[in-house]
Design a protein around this ligand. Structure first.
Ligand SMILES: [Zn+2]
Length: 340
């Protein structure tokens, strides 16, 4: 018994084919047409429907690169089910090298959106209607903000057992629990019963190799876990432990100035340890930043200039004291922290 073609954006994709589709959104002022580019891979055999999205924040480009590499992987030749690739959701922001839409709204605070709402609301509505509501699973790819680098990490609802399994199969080094943001794609998708992971790493407007590699591997592992692609042969040691943080906190600048640090992403720190010194224009020390807890650096500013109160280091902390030591053992030699 043959399964039906997949219908999206007014197109009908026959089974066993892959096709590019454009989802039309509002035009520019000069009426140049703007559309969200998609690729649909519609397998011959039944299976889950999954979306992988990137650049909902237009300047977060690591996810675009992840999808480019992923789509060429031979594992996607004979998938079960349907895979929807959406490398650039916020097409306006991407072209303007901006996180936001032209109306200065944040698309990822505008879900689920409304058909007759703002530009952001309409785009969110379109994405929900054409994509999310047809899926059982989703992976949303993000990058850190401008002048801020993030260690490869997952954000997901770890209270949901199946989502927790997906997180573990993705295999990013660390999970940082964060509350769901109002209006995020993640929240809207979860309300529709879609199991969703948010992956992020690196810095806006920059490619980060380790984030991209971990991301490609992670997406393939999740697709394998849910039965969309065949089990790939790999070494037993390839699947590494995923460390689940109990919480996280920002260390902020106690004083304005410029600062020096020897710390890198993915390094562990101990309570009381000095991790940066802030100096005045003549090099005299005006402030010291000390760790307020044992933890792991999962995010840090890449701009060495601060005003008092600016966020400098994002520290994840763990319930189990042994986790940090074990983390060093598992991830050190892979060079996951090579950022320069
Ligand atoms: Zn983002």
């Amino acid at each position: 018994m043959s399964r039906p073609p997949f219908k999206i954006g007014g197109k009908s994709i026959p089974i066993g084919t892959r096709q590019f589709v454009e989802l039309d959104v509002a035009a520019l002022f000069d009426l140049t047409k703007i559309s969200i580019p998609l690729e649909i891979i519609h397998g011959k055999l039944d299976g889950p429907t999954v979306f992988i999205s990137a650049a909902i924040h237009g300047d977060e480009i690591n996810g675009i690169e992840i999808i480019k590499k992923l789509r060429n992987n031979s594992a996607l030749k004979n998938i079960k089910g349907t895979l929807i690739l959406a490398p650039i959701v916020n097409v306006f922001g991407y072209n303007a090298k901006s996180r936001y839409l032209p109306d200065r709204r944040d698309l990822n605070r505008s879900f689920p959106g409304r058909m007759n709402g703002s530009l952001a609301g309409r785009m969110a509505h379109l994405f929900m209607k054409e994509i999310v509501r047809h899926c059982q699973y989703g992976i949303d790819l993000h990058t850190g903000a401008i002048n801020r680098q993030n260690y490869p990490q997952i954000r997901a609802d770890m209270r949901d057992e199946e989502t927790e399994e997906l997180v573990k199969s993705f295999g990013a080094p660390v999970v940082v629990n964060s509350r769901l943001r109002d209006g995020s794609l993640r929240e809207a998708a979860r309300k529709e019963g879609v199991k969703i992971l948010l992956y992020e790493g690196g810095e806006a407007l920059r490619f980060d190799d380790s984030t991209i590699k971990t991301g490609v591997k992670g997406c393939l592992s999740v697709l394998e876990h849910i039965g969309m692609i065949k089990n790939r042969r790999r070494k037993k040691s390839a699947q590494k432990k995923v460390f689940i943080a109990e919480g996280s906190q920002w260390l902020r600048a106690p004083h304005s100035g410029s600062y020096q640090t020897t710390k890198k992403l993915g390094e562990t720190i101990s309570k009381g340890e000095e991790i940066a010194v802030i100096t005045d224009p003549f090099g005299q020390i005006v402030g010291r930043v000390n760790a307020t807890m044992d933890g792991l650096i999962v995010g840090m500013s890449s701009l060495p200039l601060v005003n008092q109160g600016d966020a400098m280091f994002h520290i994840a902390y763990f319930e189990d004291e042994g986790d940090l030591e074990e983390f060093e053992d598992v991830y050190d030699e892979e060079g996951m922290d090579e950022k320069n």
